[in-house]
Design a protein around this ligand. Structure first.
Ligand SMILES: Nc1nc2c(ncn2[C@@H]2O[C@H](COP(=O)(O)OP(=O)(O)OP(=O)(O)O)[C@@H](O)[C@H]2O)c(=O)[nH]1
Ligand SMILES: [Mg+2]
Ligand SMILES: [Zn+2]
Length: 323
């Protein structure tokens, strides 16, 4: 029997697993449910075996670590979704293969502006994730205040949940939405993502901190994205809070990520109408008479312009993420 040199990447030890979180120079991979994580390095630039950096949620093939060798990532499987954003002029991949993103928002403490919500919604759509709007901290606001705040997204037809992670209100409905699916929790720092996860998973004890009194903002408590398994099946990823969000999408494609524009766009005078200042634009007309919420249309126009100008125009880097 002859033993030729074993070709890298075709090792019989090669395994398949899912990236649970990233570290500075590699990833932690779960080869199965409740199994111990494997740390794997990522062959970098210049190496013939080079692979792109995997992100949480990626399915990868890898050579597991042994007593004598490090673990190595061999390849990333094709992704069904990819949630990403601009940080300055650079694209940052947040998570892959998530089916839905729960956008946690609230009108105050911290203030989450309708513009920011619309940018996150466009980012979800561009990344092929289904968005669910989750208003958290409902214990702090009147019913009237909550409904006024939510009106643009209710009008646009997005699914909306109203919860209080602190008091436990609305969590049953939320658990139904999460059950058996792969979901990402996303939103501004301090909006309550980690508090919510601590509620949903019994023995979890994630760090949370209160809103800064000085700025009224969150203090970036969570610093890395991590996938957690839910008791009833499904996966939820906690993510570091953001202060800003710019979706990775071409300006001319942005209109396809405002779903309520779609049925009206058939009536625009121009087939390729961008719904800006074109004559006979049915979308603009609908925003003028309230069939489309004017705040949504305004978000579209503002975001269109800033995407044209480029992703890093006049933006400060204020988020604190480890990787
Ligand atoms: N009143 C109220 N406070 C809440 C609720 N949910 C979370 N909080 C508080 O909001 C603060 C921030 O919560 P976190 O869970 O740390 O927020 P986060 O979104 O994980 O923040 P980052 O990790 O910085 O992104 C904490 O003081 C929580 O107790 C809620 O439903 N009602
Ligand atoms: Mg957190
Ligand atoms: Zn139009």
């Amino acid at each position: 029997m002859s033993h030729g040199p074993e070709k890298r990447g075709t090792s019989t030890r090669t395994m398949r697993g899912r990236v649970v979180t990233r570290a500075r120079n590699g990833v932690f991979v779960a080869p199965g449910k409740n199994s111990e994580l494997h740390f794997c390095r990522v062959p970098s630039k210049g190496k013939s075996t080079r692979v792109n950096m995997p992100v949480p949620g990626d399915w990868i093939v890898y050579d597991p670590p042994s007593d004598v060798t490090d673990g190595w990532v061999r390849g990333i499987e094709p992704r069904i979704s990819l949630f990403r954003r601009y940080v300055f002029a650079r694209i940052k991949d947040i998570a892959a293969n998530m089916e839905q993103v729960l956008l946690l928002i609230c009108p105050e403490s911290p203030v989450v502006s309708p513009r920011l919500v619309d940018r996150m919604l466009a980012g979800a759509s561009a990344g092929k994730l289904e968005p669910v709007i989750v208003l958290n901290k409902s214990d702090l606001f009147s019913r009237k205040r909550i409904e006024e705040y939510l009106q643009p997204w209710r009008d646009a037809g997005y699914p909306v949940l109203v919860i209080s992670a602190l008091k436990g209100n609305g969590l049953e409905q939320l658990e139904n939405v999460l059950s058996g699916r792969d979901s990402l929790l996303f939103g501004a720092s301090g909006v309550g993502k980690s508090t919510l996860l601590n509620r949903l998973i019994d023995d979890l004890d994630l760090d949370t901190s209160s809103i800064s009194r000085a700025t009224g903002r969150g203090v970036h408590t969570t610093t890395f994205t991590y996938l957690y398994s839910l008791p009833d099946g499904g996966i939820v990823a906690d993510t570091p809070g953001i202060r800003e969000f710019y979706p990775v999408v071409e300006a001319d494609e942005l209109r396809f990520h405002f779903p309520e524009f779609e049925p009206l766009s058939e009536e625009c005078a121009w087939r390729d109408c961008l719904h800006l200042d074109e004559e006979g634009c049915a979308v603009r007309a609908a925003a003028e008479d309230g069939r489309i919420h004017p705040a949504r249309y305004q978000s579209y126009r503002i975001l269109y312009r800033s995407l044209l100008e480029g992703p890093d125009r006049g933006r400060r880097h204020t988020d604190h993420e480890q990787t």
